[in-house]
Ligand binder design. Structure first.
Ligand code: SF4
Length: 283
């Protein structure tokens, strides 16, 4: 079974919920699909068992830099081609690998080579394997990285007979979120009582509804706004399976790199109860 935890908006506590659920499930594999800024490896230390580079895009490289009198700069929509002192220069971070220059300038013998987009990493933590990706800053292809780390997780779960895959989705509603949600069996939506969080989770849930995936909701940071807490209860009704109180212990534990569910405060207690409920719902 594949369970995705998503929130739409960043900073709602999605990773905190994921870590609590991961620690409560007997046998699972954890996938941190926030490939721009993964953080589960900060909470769950372990031994790295695999790391490999990943390419999601291509880069133009000139084979024969002997240009003629053509308009070399004009062909590139992304402004990645410059002519300087009689030579052609490709500005790497602007090249989108669209191939237009390859076709337009055969005399330059341009090739498209795989660009390093990031790394795919597997760690064996004390309780479960953790799979995550790290995208090179500014690189495109986050959705492809999410697909790749999900494939790695699937292989490990088949080999080790692990019944549950937990996926910590990235913020937003873009390509990596769709990649995280595709093919999953259940979604846990995390929302905090703020108008931005409610609006963002509703947008993210449009993706979930599109795929007809069952879901439940967890309200985090209860106590910061009665008005928006009531709005969440009214909007999501019985889908709200847990309400986690705002608790200063949570950021303190995160600052120490410890999953907040291991704390002693009110939030830790509610996180444990929430994880047990999710376990029951999906069990
Ligand atoms: S591959 Fe496309 S984006 Fe890259 S330099 Fe050539 S024309 Fe520009």
């Amino acid at each position: 079974m594949k369970i995705v935890i998503l929130s739409g908006k960043g900073g709602t506590g999605k990773s905190c919920m994921t870590s609590a659920i991961a620690l409560n499930i007997e046998k699972c594999i954890l996938v941190d699909a926030d490939v721009d800024c993964p953080n589960q490896h900060i909470l769950f230390k372990g031994n790295e068992t695999s790391r490999k580079q990943f390419s999601a895009s291509k880069l133009a490289v000139i084979g024969k830099n002997e240009p003629g009198e053509k308009d070399y700069e004009g062909i590139c929509e992304f402004g990645a081609i410059k002519k300087e002192e009689g030579k052609i220069k490709i500005i790497e971070n602007r090249c989108e690998g669209c191939k237009a220059c390859v076709i337009a300038f055969p005399e330059l013998e341009i090739e498209l080579i795989p660009r390093n987009s990031g790394e795919l990493i597997v760690k064996e933590t004390e309780k479960f394997p953790l799979v995550y990706g790290k995208l090179v800053p500014g690189e495109a292809g986050s959705g492809k990285v999410v697909f790749e780390i999900k494939k790695i997780a699937e292989k490990i779960s088949n080999e080790k007979n692990i019944p549950v895959t937990l996926i910590d989705a990235p913020a937003g509603i873009g390509c990596p979120v769709i990649a995280a949600v595709t093919g999953c069996d259940y979604v846990v939506g995390v929302v905090e009582p703020t108008p931005a969080s409610i609006a963002n989770v509703e947008r993210a849930l449009e993706v979930v509804k599109h795929f007809n995936i069952p879901y439940s909701m967890v309200m985090n940071k209860k106590g910061i706004s009665e008005k928006y807490e009531n709005e969440i209860r009214k909007k999501f009704k019985d889908l709200v399976v847990a309400e986690i109180p705002y608790d200063e212990e949570v950021p303190k534990m995160l600052a120490e790199g410890i999953p907040p569910v291991l704390g002693k405060g009110e939030a830790a207690k509610s996180l444990k109860e929430m994880a047990e409920k999710i376990n029951e719902v999906v069990g």
